[in-house]
Design a protein around this ligand. Structure first.
Ligand SMILES: Nc1ncnc2c1ncn2[C@@H]1O[C@H](COP(=O)(O)OP(=O)(O)OP(=O)(O)O)[C@@H](O)[C@H]1O
Length: 266
């Protein structure tokens, strides 16, 4: 469904990503980890279509991903991206209105009624039916992310892009969100790409885990080389030593070597 062929991304002299090659089939759940600034969000933005490759190709169904976000792709960010002056229901109805090409964001009559009905249905699926008339400031962090997920799902996307969506949530709430996202992934038959800083979360949620890291590094010119996908693992095959190796590679000071034991097991 999605493939990258020798994909590179540069911002001026800063090589962010290099030599990315991958194939992802429909309905996979890819989790992505890597040190801060290594280009994970940039990669998601290329999948969304708001950034484009500097060279190489990124294809969806064999065609280059268009430079506009399309209804087949929805995204949820870590920062809550909802309209503060609208209720939960209005937020989702507004997301629906903005989906219509060439429209200013207003719906009238029958279209508005249908949108409200659809919005209420999707809000029930994400567990917010009791909060339709609340404003975002009256919601918890987890509830705000449920709302953002509802907005992203509204267009019935095939691909859901998640950029650390649970990074700001407490562990208990995160566990609830994990169950929600796994249920939605199955129910909506989604293909998911999710960035996380939490390796355990990556292994728990994904069918496949990618680690982004630099294959080559020049201390004199830190921007000369970009990150690639250094591990591409089917998640069912977790090995303690490998887990530790990846965990070590995600620490701020990357030594490249991991000779120590198996402390900090998942
Ligand atoms: N629009 C832009 N213009 C110039 N440089 C950019 C732009 N967007 C990102 N970058 C640079 O690209 C690099 C990768 O950024 P990106 O946000 O993709 O990293 P990340 O792996 O998602 O980081 P984090 O885990 O901290 O969120 C950084 O050096 C960043 O400064």
């Amino acid at each position: 469904m999605i493939e990258a062929n020798n994909l590179w991304k540069r911002y001026g002299d800063n090589v962010v990503l290099e030599q990315i090659n991958m194939h992802v089939a429909e309905r996979e759940f890819v989790t992505m980890v890597g040190t801060s600034g290594c280009g994970k969000s940039t990669f998601l933005k290329m999948l969304l279509g708001t950034e484009s490759p500097s060279s190489g190709s990124l294809l969806l169904d064999g065609k280059p991903i268009s430079s506009e976000p399309g209804p087949d792709r929805g995204i949820v960010f870590q920062q809550y991206s909802v309209f503060p002056h609208m209720t939960v229901l209005e937020n989702v109805v507004a997301a629906k209105a903005f989906q219509r090409p060439g429209i200013t964001g207003y719906l009238f009559g029958g279209a508005k009624k249908a949108a409200r009905h659809e919005a209420a249905e999707i809000l029930e699926q994400v567990g917010l039916s009791h909060a339709l008339n609340r404003y975002p400031h009256e919601l918890s962090g987890g509830m705000k992310q449920r709302l953002a997920i509802a907005q992203a799902l509204l267009a019935k996307p095939r691909i859901l892009l998640l950029d650390e969506p649970f990074g700001a949530l407490d562990p208990g709430i995160r566990a609830d969100m994990h169950e929600l996202i796994l249920n939605l992934w199955r129910e909506y038959k989604l293909t998911v790409f999710m960035v996380t800083h939490d390796l355990k979360e990556g292994f728990y949620l994904g069918t496949r885990l990618w680690v982004f890291d630099k294959l080559r590094h020049d201390p004199q010119a830190p921007n000369a080389y970009g990150a690639s996908i250094t591990y591409d693992l089917p998640v069912g095959q977790l090995d303690q030593r490998l887990y530790q190796e990846i965990d070590d590679s995600l620490r701020p000071v990357y030594t490249g070597q991991s000779e120590d034991g198996l402390e900090g097991q998942p």
